[in-house]
Design a protein around this ligand. Sequence first.
Ligand code: C2E
Ligand code: MG
Ligand code: MG
Length: 556
Amino acid sequence: MFDNAEYGRALDEFLINMESVTDERSDAIALALGPICNVLGIGRVGVCFYENTIQERESEVKETLLYETEVYNDACIYTQREDTMDTCIAVYSVNGTCENHGWDEVILSKIKVLLKILYSFHGRIRTMRIASEMLYKDHELEVYNLNYFVKVANYLIDKKEIGKYCACRFNLKGFSSVNDRVGRRNGTLAMKKFVKGLQLNIEDDDIICRVGGDNFIMLFNKTRLDDVKLYLAGQDVYLIEEDENVYISASTGFYMIDEDCDNATDIMDSISMAAKVAKNSAETAYTAFFDSQLLEQSKKNRYIEEIFVDAMANEEFKVFYQPKVDLKDYLMVGAEALCRWFHDGKIVSPGDFIPVLERSQAICQLDFYMLDHVCKDIRRWIDTGKQAVKVSVNLSRKHLGNSRILEDILDIIDRNNVPHEYIEIELTETTMDLHFDILKQLVTGLRNNGISTSVDDFGTGYSSLNLLREAPWSVLKIDRSYLPDGKNYDEKRMAMLKHLIALSADMGFECIVEGVETVEQLKLIKRNNCFLAQGFYFDKPLAVEEFETRLMYIET
Ligand code: C2E
Ligand code: MG
Ligand code: MG
């Protein structure tokens, strides 16, 4: 006689135990099924999962065993198919215990309910798995992503095991030319094979994660360091379809994680810094390790980022003005606004904080702050009858991501009621096509509003004649590296300086040479027909009070 009360208790127990199941093949399912199967005379439960009806029809799928007693009745079998569109198809098969030769209607209906409940758990587990795969996997390469890296790193930190691991960040060298040569699809295939090969050099639990494009990060056992280094130094990857080998190598920043490391952000920062160094380290085979020097630097960077907002609010940043001089009459014709940070009783120079602020959008705030302060100074000079001069303000390339940059600049200038001819915007060159278009638009927009623009540090970055031709620049600022240093005579540099000045004149730009320090340099640029200069020979960047003494009063 079937015991309903016993069934009720077993069912409750089953439901409670299933709540803690997180894996569809888990032993916990077998344990949860035990009591209820006992009541219902079930000796074995298995299930086949199919992704869709085509797979169900056409391919054999390995059965997943959920519960099995030592002996069960092969002849007493019940199967049930469950299908909801949003999860998967599951076909359950249930055998009776060895002494059970068939179920009556009442018990069978309870088995049907049991399998429905099982299916709902499987559906939930599966949905959770798909969601976590979406959260943690890079689907193009079938590797993990950054989220997973952070999750695993945090787990190892919690378990106090992080000290056994090395982390690294690598970038595939020249991969865009691989894509150009074999096509994007094959490029991705080659990348996938390269990463698969790398996986063979680390432990099963170690992880490789893609952070985007051809950038990856890894977390692996320190004992595997030599293998990883050797592999990343370069490998031939064979592409079957193309019947050709693609050579792939990486530049890599490593961090042998300290055992007292207590957050994943530090690990990310460390490998990112080391990776940056590695990129320019041909002599160490494009590898670099995070060390105490980089650690010091990263602490400083973090500190700057943390206090930046307060420093702005406290007006710790000051505008310094470096005069620009007309070499025909040696009169000051303008100035460049350069930022100085007064912090903790010291003056911090831009080289120490601008690159840090450029890691985020903070630099944009600082640039606008500088422009605003420059405008206020100019307005004051005009209002107090001083002979105001045009001031050039540096704008980071980071602004090129802002589609309203032109409006923002005009807004600051107009808010301060400064005539446009007093402002010049200095921009540097860019390699990115997207930025190229925005840069062109910005320079044109400024020109249409009567604001001049200059190409800063011309000849250092990736000089593009296209950029000069396509945007209506006003001024070329030739970088000081083109000036002879007085020690070594560099004929090529001198020839380039001469041609850059001539090019600038031919294209109708004003030309100024930066960083003039000696009378010899001054004579040289004059000989080459450049009559504007800026540099220590005349003045260092000056505090506003000192600079103002140079501005003459207009006779009224
Ligand atoms: P830059 O725009 O090319 O500025 C010229 C740099 O050369 C200034 O360095 C200036 O002090 C220095 N300099 C001028 N004359 C001489 C000289 O005769 N000899 C030598 N050795 N150096 C000379 P500074 O002020 O340290 O600024 C460095 C860079 O930081 C600037 O290069 C600019 O790119 C950036 N910067 C400065 N202020 C700002 C700012 O407000 N916003 C942005 N985005 N960048 C800024
Ligand atoms: Mg500049
Ligand atoms: Mg410059």
